[in-house]
Design a protein. Sequence first.
Length: 116
Amino acid sequence: MSAPACISPFDVAEAQLEAYNAQDLDGHCACFADNIVVADLNGAVTISGIAAYRAKYEQVFADFPQNHAELLNRIVVGNNVIDHERVKRSPDADPFEVAAIYTIADAKIVRVDFVK
């Protein structure tokens, strides 16, 4: 069954970011397909499947309860969303920047390629 046409790739990317910043594991994982693949851009796959994804972010949220990603820029091209983010693990931590390239199908993120 296809997702409603009103759920745009922009909306999916925004929903996952809001849930990530709220440390809402269920809400965050709901934005991802069961067969989610996460990889380093032009590199190895680091996560495969929603169970592994959930376990990874459950640990991230536990380890960094004040973790926050600030959206610096977002580009949407078709079913792809590129987010440039500044991440701080805690208020005292040095921030780092990443680019997340989301591939979206049927209102779910099916792949994320990270540039670190």
